[in-house]
Ligand binder design. Structure first.
Ligand code: ZN
Length: 175
């Protein structure tokens, strides 16, 4: 259960099994150090991966567009960057290895890209390392993209929404 949550949080910052809380934090708060220690030791023994996560948040259509132009409309002027459209996601395994190997790879990549390694702990208690190459200016503006590398246990299948490549190519160029 902890493993599943840890993986979910690594791939998506906002995802945990409890709202405003995480199983990991609950275990910590309960001072269940033995369980935590076992969890970490188990993670050490697993195969790990560096994943690349890309998300393109398209702007939604204005209400008047839906009224005037029906089910489909491709006019850019009918889109509003304050309205949520579709999220095009992609997850890809970049490299696999031991936990130490992928950690080293991520740190070297950060150096090569001249980006910091963000070690997230405060939000959910579990340590998760990420390197962002594209950051959304804010979470309420659409027509924006996000691109990051993260280390987590291996095993997530490569996956992308239909049309991802075209949407990404069009949107990433402008950010
Ligand atoms: Zn329209």
């Amino acid at each position: 259960m902890l493993r599943l949550e840890y993986l979910a949080m690594a791939l998506n910052d906002n995802m945990s099994l409890y709202k405003d809380d995480t199983l990991f934090r609950r275990v910590t708060d309960d001072q269940n150090t033995e369980a935590l220690g076992q969890f970490n030791a188990r993670l050490d023994e697993e195969p790990w991966a560096v994943y690349r996560l890309q998300r393109a948040y398209t702007p939604g259509r204005r209400p008047e567009c839906k009224t005037a132009h029906g089910d489909r409309c491709a006019k850019p002027e009918c889109r509003d960057s304050s309205i949520k459209g579709t999220v095009y996601r992609s997850v890809k395994t970049v490299r696999t290895g031991s936990r130490t190997d992928v950690g080293t790879f991520l740190h070297n990549a950060a150096t090569a890209l001249d980006r910091p390694v963000e070690h997230a702990t405060k939000a959910h208690g579990a340590g998760i390392d990420r390197v962002h190459t594209r950051v959304r200016p804010d979470s309420k503006t659409y027509g924006t993209v996000e691109d990051f590398y993260v280390t987590a246990p291996a095993g997530v299948q490569d996956k992308a929404r239909d049309g991802f490549a075209d949407v990404w190519a069009a949107m990433a160029a402008g950010q």
